[in-house]
Design a protein around this ligand. Structure first.
Ligand SMILES: Nc1ncnc2c1ncn2[C@@H]1O[C@H](COP(=O)(O)OP(=O)(O)OP(=O)(O)O)[C@@H](O)[C@H]1O
Ligand SMILES: [Mg+2]
Length: 295
């Protein structure tokens, strides 16, 4: 390494000092979107960033999605994927695949990448320690033809009723990094497929996290002309939902980001997980890399 690049590294580290001081001992919930984790090199650098955070005294809690990975396995077994309002319709057979892919393949691949980079990750689903209690999500749709709103059955799609943070706190104290798959358990012991953004948002609230980072596959929230909206509050978000600018998978994401800031999380950020070191850029530099959601 020449002297100039060594000096650059030293000054970059030095510039991070105030951020590190502010984030010391703070919990950051990071949602790693299934769509942001399709590139192996990026996945590895994400894992390395998480290890670095833990090393410098921040408590990262990872919640992951896995939509594309679930879709791929369903396709391999010849089962069609169907979505309503950005949510996967989940019959019992699909739920088995969701549990296998999210709780198995995807969860363990993140755990092992973190561990490979020198961290100590522990993978969990919401069933472990009965951490995430869930109930069936009920959605309705109104149409001009129908007299009453139509109830739409999404099968095993759930919403969070409660999160018990004790297992996550215990892992943090033991210096482990929790990696959570968004599967909840119902009162009837049934499994529920929960949108990972919902779990990450509630987890951030329950843990009293400093920040919620939602990594996805867009530069942030985009307007109709595809320009990035760098800062939004509740009022602006409702307008963008109303006029259809925010749709699909961005809907649950932005709602969770808002819920989190309304329940004590300082800031939520929707950031581009396809940018290398997106997490470090957002947390340790002035370079915000996405949309900041505040109350
Ligand atoms: N206004 C908007 N700005 C940006 N993206 C939007 C907007 N409206 C809708 N979207 C869609 O939302 C998608 C992100 O949500 P999506 O659920 O697909 O990914 P994810 O949540 O990161 O992954 P996973 O659901 O697997 O965890 C974008 O890829 C984009 O297609
Ligand atoms: Mg999503």
């Amino acid at each position: 390494m020449d002297k100039r690049s060594a000096t650059t590294i030293a000054s970059v580290l030095s510039e991070a000092l105030p951020y590190l001081q502010r984030l010391n001992n703070k919990t950051i919930v990071i949602k790693f979107g299934g769509n942001a984790m399709t590139d192996d090199a990026l996945k590895n650098s994400f894992a390395r960033d998480i290890v670095l955070l833990k090393q410098v005294g921040v408590n990262p809690v990872v919640v992951h999605g896995g939509g594309p990975q679930i879709g791929k396995l369903l396709e391999q077994i010849g089962k069609e994927s169907k979505f309503i309002d950005g949510m996967r319709v989940t019959d019992s057979e699909t739920m088995d695949v969701v549990e296998m892919v999210l709780g198995g393949l995807v969860n363990k691949s993140i755990v092992s990448l973190i561990n490979h980079n020198g961290g100590q990750a522990v993978g969990l689903t919401g069933k472990d320690g009965s951490m995430i209690r869930a109930k069936k999500m009920k959605i309705t749709r109104e149409s001009p033809e129908a007299q009453a709103p139509e109830i739409i059955d999404l099968g095993h799609v759930g919403e969070v009723t409660t999160i018990d943070p004790s297992i996550v706190n215990a892992l943090d104290e033991g210096n482990f990094i929790p990696v959570i798959a968004p599967i909840g358990v119902g009162e009837d012991a049934a499994s529920y497929n929960i949108n990972a953004d919902l779990v990450a948002g509630k987890m951030a609230s329950v843990l009293g996290a400093e920040k919620l980072l939602l990594l996805t596959n867009t530069p942030g929230i985009l307007d109709k002309e595809e320009n990035i909206l760098t800062g939004l509050d509740g009022k602006k978000v409702s307008e963008l939902i109303k006029d259809g600018t925010i749709a699909g998978g961005m809907l649950p994401k932005v709602n969770c980001a808002l819920d989190a800031v309304h329940s004590g999380v300082k800031t939520s950020h929707i950031i581009d997980g396809r940018v290398e070191h997106a997490v470090l850029l957002e947390l340790l530099t002035d370079e915000g890399v996405g949309t900041l959601i505040s109350s």
